[in-house]
Write a protein of this length. Sequence first.
Length: 157
Amino acid sequence: MIALTCALAMIAVFLVSTVLVRRRIVVVTVSGTSMTPTLHPGEKLLVRRCGITALKVGDIVVLEPPRVPVSPEVTVLARLPTRTQWQIKRVAALPGDPIPLPAQKAAGTLRAVPDGTLIVLGDNNASNDSRLNGPYPADRILGIALRRLAGATSPEA
């Protein structure tokens, strides 16, 4: 009876731990070339969910692209539930930092990154990032890339 109780307790601890880890850690697959040469399509990243306060310039983050309201109709359509298309970018500036040169055109008259936003750039200059979209809202952040996962597909492998 004691063995059964111990076994059930271990299973319960394992299940609770698994649920807690899955709330904090996710695996993301790279699917574009915006972060080449650092990251390549097919590579997998271990990502810890976090907010903007956990980030520093140079971190690689996973975030949802901003929704640009072209018209009221487009804004309404953008609110419809769809599969999230995550972007993987490098943090270039945080709230209060000067707008980096590559993002200045898209940032318009802003000279510093506004509160609640950040500037992100892909390592590839042809990236769809703050160069085109300006500051990204911080509420779009999924998390910070911790590391590549072993066995992930890479052209150098």
